[in-house]
Design a protein around this ligand. Structure first.
Ligand SMILES: *Cc1c(COP(=O)(O)O)cnc(C)c1O
Length: 431
């Protein structure tokens, strides 16, 4: 199967090129040329098979032109090493917990799949993945790529500008993950990475790539857990709605991909904080990027959501169909905190600020809907990852999750570097 650019459907590349390049040369996002529809037989048995078993069939439908059955099995087995439990929170309302991976956020799914797929597509030359991070991307990518053969990861981060916990998650692994502590700010790190991608001498000597969330290898596997969640809902005649806390809108776009593959989800809720350009668009304003604003759900502080054009492409660029199936809602920090308190008081369930926004969107959608619905909101991060906000909002003590405690006990290993491209280049050539 080929992949086209959202900016030009005539520009088509192979799977390998789409994954190694990440972004199309015209800055568009790659999309599968055709979305396969799974047979009725598949959906009939879904509630009886395991997450991995459904994963094999879904990935096979998407990638069988390019990967062998044993490669598909290896990919899925490598990705689905932790659960995504569907937890009932209230009557008809379920939380899909996507935070049981190594860095306690849903990005672990995409990062694990991406690393394995890159390793399979590389031929002789080792791939070097360069990542500039202000915190969370570094930890998901480092842990997703750790120990994967044929792929080396170099993470650049601004010295003193990431929290100790974040730093520990990408500087303590060793092996194929190297961290560089740059005497500068995040933009300096980003600048050095961008220069390296454009440097002819480096590119002649090594295969450089990025692992940002635009890459199809990080985006596509996120469709898997929508199938799983749907299969574990009670079987009744209620309609189904999924609410997705959104920033760059990759996660929501992956849910729509699942729906386009035949999964009977009736509606989606696009829930954001006050960075609300997509809800505004869905409610009738023209789409226009804005500078991002800071909130307590900071992983969604995005003013120019890069996956917006994927949402459109999935509906064949039919804007009215997109607006009919996806409903937009946004919430302030105060509303987010209030929802966290209310749900904790009424049900004992602790939501992180991102999940709380999806919960609010789900409630508002269901209250206004004329039909009987059952709804799922995606819990994208463990509450312990946003411990300060959660403790302060709920007035409780939250123990640091064990997995994060384990990182804190490890020794940091990072190469210090000036904000100097020549030094970075020498490092890449020598290592
Ligand atoms: C990245 C992130 C999001 C936003 O996901 P998008 O795919 O960018 O919309 C939501 N919640 C958490 C915890 C995240 O880390």
């Amino acid at each position: 199967m080929n992949y086209f650019s959202t900016n030009n459907s005539n520009h088509k590349v192979s799977l390998k090129e789409a994954v190694i390049k990440g972004l199309a040369p015209d800055q568009g996002l790659y999309m599968p040329e055709k979305v396969p529809v799974l047979p009725e037989r598949f959906f009939k048995q879904l509630s009886r098979i395991s997450f991995r078993e459904m994963g094999y069939e879904i990935i096979e439908a998407l990638f069988s032109d390019d990967l062998s059955p044993s490669q598909i099995k290896e990919l899925v087995d490598h990705t689905l090493v932790f659960d995504a439990p569907l937890v009932k929170v209230e009557e008809g309302i379920y939380s899909l917990e996507l935070f049981h991976g190594p860095t306690l956020a849903f990005k672990d799914f995409g990062a694990r799949f991406c690393s394995k797929l890159m390793s399979m597509l590389q031929d002789k030359r080792e791939i070097k993945v360069l990542v500039a991070t202000s915190g969370d991307t570094g930890s998901a990518v480092a842990n997703g790529f750790f120990g994967v053969e044929g792929v080396e990861v170099v993470i650049l981060y601004p010295s003193g500008k990431v929290s100790e916990l974040q730093e520990k998650q990408f500087t303590t692994l060793g092996g194929n993950v190297r961290a560089i502590e740059v005497d500068g700010v995040f933009d300096d790190c980003q600048q050095m990475v961008k220069r390296a991608f454009l440097d002819p001498e480096l590119n002649g000597k090594m295969l450089l790539t990025s692992a940002n969330s635009i890459n199809i290898a990080r985006w596509i596997p996120q469709c898997l857990y929508y199938f799983y969640a749907w299969s574990r809902l009670p079987q009744n005649n209620h309609k189904t709605v999924f609410a997705v806390p959104s920033g760059n809108f990759g996660n929501l776009a992956a849910g729509i991909l699942a729906e386009r593959m035949g999964l009977p989800i009736d509606y989606f809720v696009a829930a954001t904080n006050i960075n609300k350009v997509v809800p505004d668009y869905l409610n009738g304003t023209a789409f226009s990027a804005k500078p991002s604003l800071q909130t307590i759900s900071n992983s969604m502080d995005v003013g120019n959501p890069s996956n917006f054009y994927r949402l459109l492409a999935l509906f064949g660029n039919d804007e009215s169909l997109l607006k009919e199936r996806v409903k937009g809602f946004f919430y302030t920090d105060d509303m987010t905190r209030e929802a966290m308190r209310k749900v904790r008081a009424q049900t004992d369930y602790i939501m992180d600020p991102h999940g709380a926004i999806a919960y609010l969107g789900l409630k508002d959608f269901m209250q206004a809907a004329p039909d009987r619905f059952q709804g799922v909101f995606l819990e994208t991060a463990h509450p312990g990852k946003f411990r300060n906000v959660v403790e302060e909002t709920l007035n409780i003590q939250l123990p640091l999750p064990e997995r994060l405690q384990a990182f804190m006990k490890q020794e940091k290993q990072a190469d210090k570097m000036a904000n100097d491209y020549a030094e970075f280049k020498r490092f890449l050539l020598e290592n």
